[in-house]
Design a protein around this ligand. Structure first.
Ligand SMILES: NC(=O)c1ccc[n+]([C@@H]2O[C@H](COP(=O)([O-])OP(=O)(O)OC[C@H]3O[C@@H](n4cnc5c(N)ncnc54)[C@H](O)[C@@H]3O)[C@@H](O)[C@H]2O)c1
Length: 273
């Protein structure tokens, strides 16, 4: 595979399983060393072991991104280990499925604190580190023909439309599109690119849970809820974590240096704008 990311260091949150794990492995295959950040220390260590098998360096970090106090220590560990941070992929996220009329404050806080607040403050902390790494001449002119950092955030097709049964999830994912644009504007003068992706139906442990919960609410058999989403997808199939990882790798590579503030759907044509 082309080594577009050799000598780069990436932090990938949520890299213990699902799409985040596929992203961590893809960035590794393209040459990056990876900080595997996840709430689950066991799966984080497993992903790190798989990276080491590919002859790259990996650091497993346990972190609850909703707890802002844990963010800077993770970044300090990453910089102590690798000297710098070139790429941040914010894949950690949680979903919640239930009727709007039964939503609790606790459910709202869990989803929004993780997906929106945690992601925002990781962007801020990594942004500060990336800015330190930008050459003084670029800082003073605000101009460069290359990127000095890549940040990729995870929104969702649920960030493109409201969802009667995923209220805080949809709100947090819509918020990610806005945070992506705000961070892109704030970091543009440092030539740090910030973009986002909206995956569609990607079978992972998260989707298994959504399928079960939606099935329970609507009286659908296992698999039926996912099937109904797939039927609304132009390509009439689910995507794979690896297909999402390929687009994320593009957004982390020099091939996307002239893109910032964008949100790309990776959803088989479920959404078209
Ligand atoms: N699977 C899909 O179809 C789909 C569709 C659209 C968007 N997404 C988004 O893609 C991202 C990855 O989804 P997935 O399907 O791989 O999910 P997943 O549940 O399979 O994996 C999520 C990972 O994030 C970690 N995590 C959760 N909360 C955390 C926290 N507070 N701190 C640190 N780590 C935490 C989990 O431990 C887990 O390893 C999420 O942001 C999700 O919202 C997924």
């Amino acid at each position: 595979m082309e080594q577009r990311l050799s000598e780069k260091t990436a932090i990938v949150t949520g890299a213990g399983q699902g799409i985040g794990k596929a992203v961590a492995l893809r960035l590794t295959e393209e040459g990056a060393n990876v900080v595997v950040a996840d709430m689950n220390p066991k799966t984080a260590e497993q992903t790190a072991d798989e990276i080491r098998v590919l002859n790259r360096r990996a650091l497993a970090c346990q972190i609850d991104i909703a707890n802002i106090a844990e963010i800077q220590p993770m970044i300090d560990r990453a910089v102590a280990e690798f000297g710098r941070i070139d790429i941040l992929v914010n894949a950690a996220g949680v979903a919640q499925t239930g009727p709007f009329l039964e939503l609790t404050e606790q459910e709202w806080d869990r989803v929004v604190d993780t997906n929106l607040k945690g992601t925002t403050f990781i962007i801020q902390a990594v942004g500060r580190q990336m800015i330190k790494q930008v050459p003084e001449q670029v800082k003073s002119t605000g101009h460069a023909n290359r990127s000095y950092g890549k940040i990729v955030n995870f929104s969702s097709i649920s960030g493109r439309h409201g969802r009667a049964e995923q209220v805080p999830y949809a709100a947090s994912k819509a918020g990610i599109i806005s945070i992506t644009q705000s961070a892109a504007l704030a970091f543009a003068k440092y030539n740090i690119n910030v973009n986002a992706v909206c995956p569609g139906v990607i079978p992972t442990p998260m989707w298994e849970q959504i399928d079960q919960d939606r099935g329970r609410i609507s009286g659908l058999a296992p698999g039926e809820s996912m099937k109904s989403f797939i039927e609304r997808t132009a390509l009439k199939r689910a995507g794979s974590p690896e297909e999402v990882a390929g687009v994320v790798a593009f957004l982390c590579s020099p091939d996307s240096d002239y893109m910032t503030g964008q949100t790309l759907n990776i959803d088989g044509g479920f959404e078209m704008n």
